[in-house]
Design a binder for this molecule. Structure first.
Ligand SMILES: Nc1ncnc2c1ncn2[C@@H]1O[C@H](COP(=O)(O)OP(=O)(O)O)[C@@H](O)[C@H]1O
Ligand SMILES: [Mg+2]
Length: 226
């Protein structure tokens, strides 16, 4: 099966105060095949966000290689890496990261604007996605008027706009109550599967983690099956 993301002996360490070294990830080797869903659990500080940042090419490993769609991210130029992230990766965050002064529809179109401008095709795609996340009637509203659960559904539509092969979600339900969290997770999993996007999501909920095809746990930077 085609591989979307692969880590080969990836370690990430940070130099910290006093000349000490903090090992955020230790010799991680895993992969995610096209269209698969993976949950990632682990205590605060275990390396979950570091893993996602390396997967998205936002940060680089100290050693080892990260391959996205078969390409070693370290071998790309900064510009190629940025373009690859915009084209191939959709990101969803705990605190949504929406632009509060823009409308719901404009927020969904942000990835197209960043890529050079939104055309009729992008606007049709945004409308279709807003319909699928249950917010078709809110397209013109300022995003700041929405509830937390609705904001995360906007963020999911935004992440999917350009049909990324990989969706990365860092505690997407961490700021939502249980009912909205369940709804957002169901939506992410369903849309990811419908779109054929691989999905890696971080959660603290055992129930939500169990919904994935595969389950991983990070413990002190070491990744194991959960
Ligand atoms: N830029 C950084 N500089 C120094 N230490 C960092 C940096 N980013 C993360 N860390 C440390 O790496 C470890 C893993 O962090 P992180 O990946 O954010 O964990 P998690 O998302 O599981 O809570 C933590 O000990 C954190 O303090
Ligand atoms: Mg984190």
């Amino acid at each position: 099966m085609e591989e979307v993301l692969a880590f080969h002996n990836v370690s990430k360490s940070y130099g910290i105060a006093g000349g000490a070294t903090l090992h955020a990830l230790r010799d991680v080797s895993v992969s995610i095949a096209a269209g698969r869903t993976v949950s990632l659990i682990g205590r605060s500080g275990s390396g979950k966000s570091t893993f996602l940042h390396l997967a998205a090419g936002i940060d680089a490993p100290s050693s080892g290689a990260v391959r996205l769609l078969g390409r070693d991210l370290a071998r790309l130029s900064d510009r190629e890496r940025t373009l690859s992230r915009r084209r191939d990766v959709g990101l969803v965050f705990q605190f949504f990261h929406l632009l509060p002064h823009l409308s719901v529809e404009e927020n969904v179109l942000v990835p197209a604007l960043i890529a050079g401008g939104s055309g009729a095709g992008d606007r049709a795609r945004a409308a279709e996605l807003l319909d699928r996340v249950g917010l078709a009637g809110r397209a013109r509203d300022p995003v700041s008027q929405l509830s937390g659960g609705e904001m995360q559904r906007v963020a999911i539509a935004r992440a999917l706009l350009r049909r990324p092969r990989l969706l990365l979600a860092d505690e997407p339900t961490g700021n939502l109550d249980e009912e909205n969290g369940q709804r957002v997770m169901d939506l992410l999993l369903r849309l990811g599967r419908e779109e054929g996007s691989a999905l890696l999501y971080v959660t603290h909920s055992r129930e939500l983690a169990a919904l994935a095809d595969a389950r991983w746990r990070l413990h002190g930077g070491v990744l194991e099956p959960a």
